[in-house]
Design a protein around this ligand. Structure first.
Ligand code: ADP
Ligand code: MG
Length: 481
């Protein structure tokens, strides 16, 4: 269905904006942009669903910036985002492309000084971006008025819906113009959001780019099984092995997040934390330091799962399994963006393995078991091969892939091979962990140096494998090297 669009200009995006885009190396619209931009320019209501990292922000920002009249001192567009971090990311994009057109942008987020925001609101910034909580507060005290707002965008609409429910969203929409344009976007637009859309939207354009394909095709999904107490150790080895420029480590609870951070730092892995209860200044500082490379591992709750676009984020680790497949989609969606290669690694106990099998089924995506052995990452078949050719020098516990079943004792090496790292000998060893330092039995394959993903897959996919066609085309024209 995707129209073959080569240029933003063909979609109706003006010269000032296309020049701005080129400055940032953006020359060709992504499919969701090609589909959504014409409708948004027309003023149509739009429901847009496409995978994480496919350019949904510019799909709405570009046409809306184009339609803003900078001469009028009116707040014309309101964008609602579920978290402070995402709202500020959108503010930065708005400023980046809007400022050269004379368009002013404001971020209204919780935790920041409301007084300063109110002061700035008096200038009637053209583009208002905010989180639901702060928006509600400013609306109820009538500091923020929406009567001039022509367009309301819900970025990560399903998440906003989950945070506040339909009534809350309706209350937020109430003050805007009756015939306002409404735009909902997400990689996951469930039935609740669609019901709300039916009630609030007029004849919406339903724009979906492979809506059933929720995960980026360029991301590989792996998991390691281990004992509860070995989680951090497996995490350390995974980070050592894949050596990502940056990684996010997701945990489910704020209660244990400081402990994880401390353990990682103790192991020499520079880590900091991001979670909802931290104050706004700390959250902003941590994220900006992460972006600029001051530390490598961001230990975060799901507050970091939605919408964040962080360059160089090559690895997502689920230190606790995601609560459901949608959370998995958004966590994993922090990597493998815009056709780049990504890796999503879950670390689970054998009792949690069924969760990944469930996600794999629901998302129709392979989430494959792997085993760590002497710094190498092996498939179960490769591990098995080494085991059998190594005459029982060691046996990684078979983690229960559908074929393997559970075998508690199988992971115990016959004799030697106690790990100098865990010091726990064989008995308590994790599934995901083969003994260290034992001779590599009957090496059937040359040992690969530790390095970049994907490991364990025999063929090294080329950089464009799985990248969307439009992006491959773009690379071949833009990147002759
Ligand atoms: P989504 O909201 O779909 O998850 P984003 O809007 O955050 O994705 O965009 C992901 C990344 O792709 C951003 O870094 C953005 O600057 C970049 N990007 C957006 N549009 C294009 C494009 N047409 N070509 C190349 N990169 C793009
Ligand atoms: Mg987004």
């Amino acid at each position: 269905m995707t129209r073959d669009i080569e240029q933003f200009a063909q979609l109706g995006i003006g010269e000032a904006l296309t020049a701005g885009l080129l400055e940032y190396g953006i020359g060709k619209p992504s499919p969701i942009q090609a589909e959504a931009i014409p409708y948004i320019l027309e003023g149509r209501d739009v429901l847009a669903q496409s995978q994480t990292g496919t350019g949904k922000t510019l799909a709405y920002l570009l046409p809306l910036l184009q339609r803003i009249d900078p001469e009028k001192k009116e707040s014309q567009v309101l964008v609602i985002a579920p978290t402070q971090e995402l709202a500020m990311q959108i503010v930065r994009e708005g400023e980046k492309y809007g400022a050269p057109l004379g368009i002013s942008t404001i971020g209204l987020i919780g935790g920041a000084s409301a007084a300063r925001q109110v002061e700035k609101l008096r200038q009637r910034p053209h583009l208002v971006v905010g989180t639901p909580g702060r928006l509600r507060e400013l609306l109820s005290t009538r500091k923020l008025k929406l009567h001039e707002v022509r367009t309301v965008v819900l970025d990560e609409a399903d998440q906003i819906f989950q945070l506040g429910g339909a009534d809350d969203i309706r209350a937020l929409l109430k003050g805007s113009l009756r015939d306002r344009q409404l735009i909902f976007l997400s990689a996951t637009l469930g039935p609740e959001v669609r019901t709300l859309a039916e009630r609030e939207m007029r004849d919406p354009a339903d724009v979906g780019i492979e809506p059933e394909q929720k995960l980026a095709k360029t991301t590989q999904h792996l998991y390691f099984v281990c004992e509860e107490r070995d989680r951090i150790d497996i995490l350390r080895r995974v980070v050592r092995h894949y050596n990502p420029q940056r990684a996010i480590v997701f945990v489910n609870q704020t209660g244990t997040i400081a402990e994880v951070e401390a353990k990682l730092n103790h192991l020499g892995l520079a880590a900091r934390t991001l979670y909802g209860e931290a104050d706004k200044v700390t959250r902003a500082t941590v994220l900006s330091q992460f972006r600029s490379g001051k530390f490598r591992l961001l230990v975060a709750t799901d507050v970091a799962a939605r919408g964040l676009d962080i360059p160089g984020l090559e690895l997502v680790v689920h230190l606790d399994p995601a609560t459901d497949s949608e959370h998995y989609v958004h966590r994993a969606g922090r990597t493998g963006r815009m056709g780049r290669k990504g890796l999503s690694v879950s670390i689970v106990t054998d009792r949690q393995e069924f969760i990944l099998r469930k996600f794999s089924r629901e998302l129709e995506t392979e989430i494959e078991p792997r085993v760590l052995y002497e710094g190498a990452v092996l498939t179960l078949a490769e591990a098995e091969q080494r085991r059998s050719s190594g005459a029982a020098r060691w046996t990684p516990k078979r983690s229960g892939s559908a074929a393997a079943g559970r075998s508690e004792a199988a992971g115990v090496p016959a004799s030697q091979g106690s790990s100098p790292v865990t010091g726990s000998g064989a008995a308590g060893r994790a599934h995901g962990e083969a003994p260290q330092r034992s001779a590599e039995p009957g090496r059937t394959q040359p040992r690969k140096p530790a390095g970049r993903p994907p490991k364990g897959s025999k063929k090294q996919p080329n950089k464009d494998k799985g990248a969307p066609k439009w992006l491959k085309d773009k690379r071949s024209t833009q990147d002759p090297s």
